[in-house]
Design a protein around this ligand. Structure first.
Ligand code: F6P
Ligand code: MG
Length: 439
């Protein structure tokens, strides 16, 4: 199951893997340290908890140093249920690799799992999500688009004519796609203006944004959804905050138009790549939306009422089981998704019962196509491998491009893009995207 082309590694100076390892990861660990320092300082009534908090701070500092010193990966030391599997893979394939010369995909996942280890080894901080505050405060900054969507939603779910529904679908799929542009682990190199532009949901802006979708299978997805009825649809989620809000909007539309009778949100089991959704994040986000003082700039009563209607409906889906939140440690392994049938056979079998599995975001995409240096014209079908391409269910990837791996481009497309922008600009900044479908 080796990748057919070389994996990306941080040894390649100037690559995004290298930039992540030398620049982005230290910033991410620093922000976790800052959060922990505040949390420990606020722990005034429990000395044992305070001491453990200090130990966690120390181990995060050591982790940062280990990366900077390019040390070899070591085995994990906690008792979490996925620990044995991680160690088995490190022993088998990664025992001699370092933070720089190992595959970037595995190492980056390992970094977040190592952060988790610091918490798992404690007794008082086991359930602490070091990124929680970050996720919530960034969501607060998305209020303009949140209220726009809430006000618009009644018009999006009423049309019964297929032609009108298609227009709504064309809009919503893009909203759901561009919602991925703003994950928190990339905010280290995005300006606020970039983020606002990418969160814009007006029709005209979306039409303009079409030019940045370099692989566009939206019409094929519509062919699949057009006559679908009462199906199960799965999302393999990416980020919390605005992104999962738009995933909920899309899921709501699928339910309201009777295309889906059940939508399953597949979440992460541990704090992951800063902003990824864990099951607990969804109720937290819904409660934020129902808290009339949560968003800044005094929203109008109409806006608050529209959002409340929407969120109450989502809560009712959760109560009735039309919307299900589940998580699996496979999504937090360092492995590419072609190992799903062997590493998590029960998950593979379960997902096959879904009519469509929608993979959100960059990391899911990298894992789907086995993060390696594919020629960009390789087909998505070939890159995901035969198990997912031919022995699974339909797959849709909605991904804004935040890393070099990209496949499925028409011949000549790369040249056309690179006549205008640099490879880094269209592959790594989240400003371009792919909508890749395998039916
Ligand atoms: O850091 C690796 C990476 O895949 C980036 O390229 C991206 O910034 C980040 O992970 C997460 O992206 P997403 O939230 O879209 O998976
Ligand atoms: Mg993410």
């Amino acid at each position: 199951n080796n990748p057919p082309y070389p994996a990306f590694r941080a040894t390649e100076k100037g690559s995004f893997a290298w930039d992540s390892t030398v620049r982005r990861w230290p910033i991410i660990i620093d922000s976790a340290l800052k959060d922990m320092e505040q949390a420990v300082a606020a722990t005034t009534n429990d000395p044992a908890k305070k001491d453990e908090g200090d130990l966690i701070i120390e181990s995060l500092q050591q982790l940062k140093q280990e990366i900077a010193d390019d040390k070899p990966l070591r085995l994990l030391k906690d008792n979490d249920s996925d620990c044995a599997s991680w160690n088995e893979h490190i022993n088998l394939y990664f025992s001699k690799v370092t933070w720089f010369d190992g595959s970037w995909l595995f190492n980056e996942c390992y970094m977040y799992r190592r952060m988790r280890e610091s918490y798992s080894l404690s007794t008082h901080w086991k359930d602490y999500d070091v990124f929680n505050n970050n996720k919530i405060s960034t969501f607060r900054g998305s209020s303009a688009s949140v209220f726009d969507l809430a006000m618009k939603m009644p018009q999006l779910i009423t049309p019964v004519e297929l032609e009108k529904q298609e227009l709504v679908f064309q809009e919503l799929i893009q909203v759901c796609l561009w919602g991925n542009a703003t994950d928190l682990s990339l905010l280290t190199n995005m300006t606020e203006e970039d983020i606002k532009r990418l969160q814009a949901i007006e029709k005209e802006k979306l039409a303009e944004q079409l030019q940045f979708i370099v692989v566009n299978h939206i019409d094929q997805v519509w062919d699949k959804l057009k006559h679908m009825q009462n199906a199960r649809i799965d999302f393999v989620l990416d980020n919390s905050g605005f992104e999962v809000f738009v995933d909920l909007v899309f899921a709501d539309w699928l339910i309201q138009t009777n295309r889906a009778s059940k939508v399953i949100f597949n979440c992460k089991t541990i704090p992951w790549f800063v902003s990824d959704v864990m099951p607990k994040d969804v109720p937290i986000l819904l409660n934020c939306c129902l808290d009339r003082g949560f968003f800044p700039n005094q929203p109008s009563t109409d806006q608050l009422n529209a959002l409340e209607t929407l969120v109450k409906r989502w809560q009712s889906y959760l109560a009735s089981g039309q919307l299900v939140l589940q998580s699996h440690s496979f999504w937090c392994s360092g492995l590419a998704y072609r190992s799903l049938p062997t590493e998590a056979p029960e998950l593979f079998a379960d997902l096959k019962n879904s009519e469509l599995v929608i993979f959100k975001g960059d990391l899911n995409y990298r894992k789907l196509v086995y993060d390696c240096q594919w020629p960009v014209t390789t087909s998505f079908h070939d890159a995901i491998g035969p198990d997912l391409a031919d022995r699974f269910t339909s797959i849709l990837s909605l991904r804004t491009n935040k890393a070099e791996t990209v496949v499925g481009l028409a011949k000549g497309k790369q040249e056309e893009i690179e006549a205008k922008v640099s490879p880094n600009e269209w592959k790594c900044t989240g400003k371009y995207a792919v909508v890749s479908y395998n039916g």
